[in-house]
Design a protein around this ligand. Structure first.
Ligand code: AMP
Ligand code: MG
Length: 348
């Protein structure tokens, strides 16, 4: 399939060009578009045959449900049985934005969206291109990240081109995404509100509004819990190379990474380092990629997936990676790093 590329420099000036993208969505085709989190792979969320094309393009397991993206509360109301009070509070504070909430689904939502579950995940994105596309298509848009399943999520149109060219009808290029990590997934359908996936809205932000929020115990290193969000059980965001995450005392981490790099190098392996700006100059060698600065961890969130894709391009055999503190957006960053490393972590 020929993939059309639509570059949006100035949405207001090019607003009529969005009509073509919306027509493709209405016609049951798949269109990749920027959101404030990562690029999404969009299709008409009420059409089973359109949504099937998303799963096919990504190679996504059928038991991993999708998020529906809406442009208004009016659109949300058609998709859910009820809206809990806490959900209204969260919408007021965080929508449009990187917070996805689970609701009890209405009959309008096809089973393929929810993988047969009785709950549906919904968010209202804040990116103007995403909102315009939903509004013009006049339908909720199902949109997982626009990467091949298991690969790092795309934060630039060039990443989407790498993974999706020839497989989908159109890619809208709206430049780099803002947050750089996926939305926070919050379950408000049970007694205690629970974060199923840490993301763009932090736990601290949520607790400010709902002090009783807990984290899904399945999200940590502990193997005895299975996460409630089906997507969390898969290896994800992963580079082609093996990856090891180093945590704990900062000085020991630097020393341990250098020692391990020396050992792996001596065995003829190509070693890549994924590090913070502050420590960049402490590591010798060429394949040192900076993910961002610990002084503002949002820069790490923003740059992380691009950094992992760059290491792939360098054809590295093994990636040694620094950790960050798990407060604020650091929780989402560490969740993605741990998954990218397939749980491979050394605590120092
Ligand atoms: P992605 O589409 O790649 O951003 O992933 C969406 C995430 O939301 C995955 O981790 C899904 O498992 C999760 N999700 C979507 N719908 C539900 C649901 N009804 N219940 C629990 N988790 C969900
Ligand atoms: Mg994804």
């Amino acid at each position: 399939m020929e993939t059309e590329l639509l570059k949006i420099y100035d949405l207001e000036e090019q607003i009529h060009e969005m009509e073509r993208a919306a027509a493709l969505i209405k016609g049951g085709e798949v269109v990749a578009f920027p959101t404030e989190t990562v690029y999404g792979l969009g299709a008409d969320g009420l059409s089973e045959s359109a949504v099937r094309k998303i799963f096919k393009a990504k190679g996504r397991p059928q038991d991993n449900p999708l998020i529906l993206h809406v442009d208004s509360i009016q659109m949300l109301k058609r998709l859910v049985r009820d809206i809990p009070k806490d959900a209204y509070k969260c919408m007021e504070r965080f929508w449009p934005g990187p917070l996805t909430m689970l609701f009890r689904k209405s009959d309008l939502v096809p089973d393929i969206i929810t993988a047969g579950l009785q709950t549906v995940a919904i968010r209202m994105p804040s990116h103007p291109i995403a909102l315009e596309l939903i509004k013009r298509a006049g339908t909720p848009i199902a949109a997982p990240s626009a990467n091949i399943s298991g690969r790092p999520s795309p934060t630039r149109a060039s990443h989407v081109v790498q993974d999706m060219k020839g497989k989908i009808a159109m890619i809208i290029d709206g430049g780099e995404t803002g947050v750089g990590l996926e939305s926070t997934v919050l379950d408000l359908t049970e007694k205690v509100p629970m974060v199923l996936r840490p993301g763009g809205v932090t736990l601290e932000d949520l607790r400010d509004l709902l002090p009783e929020v807990v984290i899904d115990p399945g999200l940590g290193d502990r193997k005895e819990f299975t996460p409630k969000s089906p997507g969390q059980k898969y290896r994800h965001y992963a580079p082609k190379a093996e990856m090891i995450l180093f945590s704990g005392d900062k000085e020991r981490v630097v020393a341990a990474i250098m020692e391990r790099a020396r050992r792996e190098g001596a065995q003829g392996k190509r070693v890549g380092l994924l590090v913070t700006e502050e420590n960049r100059n402490r590591y010798p060698g060429e394949n040192v990629v900076v993910m961002g600065s610990v002084r503002d961890k949002r820069t790490i969130a923003h740059g992380l997936f691009h950094a992992i894709r760059r290491l792939d391009e360098l054809e590295i055999d093994i990636i040694l990676c620094e950790s960050v503190e798990e407060d604020q957006i650091g929780m989402a960053i560490m969740n993605r790093l741990l998954k990218a490393a397939g749980g491979n972590r050394i605590n120092l």
